[in-house]
Design a protein around this ligand. Structure first.
Ligand SMILES: Nc1ncnc2c1ncn2[C@@H]1O[C@H](COP(=O)(O)OP(=O)(O)OP(=O)(O)O)[C@@H](O)[C@H]1O
Ligand SMILES: [Mg+2]
Length: 272
């Protein structure tokens, strides 16, 4: 399958001289669910801001659907790649929740009936329709995060990138988020999530990318999350399911289960 995102030897330095990305490489296949992991300050948010043209590559390349992202196609790239920021206060700013979610579709020049339809669907998906007339600054942080997610859903981008989407969501909200992301993925969207939550990544992701110090440390399938060298070097921890089975060497498993479903299958097999 074709790569929807390609990042090649990307460097980025902030104005104060901080080197946030130092020759980073990355490829994400079209239609996958990908998780980006790495310690605080690894460069995840900086990288994500390159995927929809907020930051433009000065050294190295970022390609979206085989087009190099440049100042000339920034507008196009924002319609293809929707980014939910790590901090909803950077994203949610209109005077009502409804207006906020309508901002993107309105800028896309859509007809009013289409905008209304999209905003309603997006707010329903994140269970925030009841709050549509409230000013976003009166919402809790987790509610603002939901509104920020709705704002991107309403634009229907092909690639949806979420920076720490589960932070501040309650357990139910986190499960609903996973359902929303899976539904989008079933419809053919590529979904990329930056997260510290190794359990979420283990349960959900088909592709895992681990970054540290502005470089890619490892990329591959979810089984990377059971690899000690990667986990230790990236300052992560093993998913809880993997931790249980690591303490049961007597089971002599060929690979470590990472998800609840895999764990249940192994246990069922053994208690037959
Ligand atoms: N506006 C900025 N100006 C200067 N340095 C910055 C700025 N934003 C981020 N940095 C620095 O760039 C590096 C990468 O930061 P980034 O926010 O991309 O990391 P991250 O992997 O998203 O971290 P976290 O897990 O904490 O969200 C860090 O060293 C950070 O201090
Ligand atoms: Mg970040």
């Amino acid at each position: 399958m074709a790569n929807v995102i390609e990042v090649e030897n990307l460097y980025f330095e902030y104005k104060d001289g901080t080197r946030a990305l130092c020759g980073l490489n990355l490829a994400v296949e079209e239609g996958v669910k990908a998780a980006l992991l790495g310690p605080n300050g690894a460069g995840k948010s900086t990288l994500l801001m390159h995927l929809n043209g907020i930051h433009l590559a000065r050294k190295g390349k970022v390609r979206v659907m085989e087009q190099e992202v440049t100042a000339k196609n920034e507008k196009w790239v924002r319609t293809v790649v929707g980014l939910v920021f790590q901090d909803p206060d950077d994203q949610v700013f209109s005077s009502t929740v409804w207006e906020d979610v309508a901002f993107g579709p309105t800028n896309m020049g859509l007809a009013l009936s289409e905008i209304t339809d999209r905003v309603e669907k997006a707010l329903k998906a994140v269970r925030m329709l009841d709050y549509k007339d409230k000013p976003p600054y009166h919402l809790s942080y987790g509610q603002k995060k939901r509104v920020a997610i709705a704002g991107v859903l309403a634009m229907s981008p092909q690639v949806i990138v979420l920076d720490e989407p589960a932070a501040y969501l309650d357990p139910q909200g986190k499960m609903e988020l996973v359902e929303i992301l899976d539904e989008l993925n079933r419809k053919g969207n590529t979904v990329i999530v930056a997260t510290h939550d190794v359990d979420l990544a283990a349960e959900w992701a088909e592709q895992v990318v681990v970054i540290k110090n502005g470089r890619t440390l490892a990329q591959g399938g979810a089984s990377l999350l059971a690899e000690e060298s990667v986990i230790v070097e990236a300052g992560l921890c093993f998913p809880v399911v993997a931790r249980i089975f690591q303490q049961l060497p007597e089971l002599d498993l060929t690979h470590t289960p990472l998800t609840v479903a895999e764990a249940v299958a192994v246990i069922r097999e053994r208690i037959k």
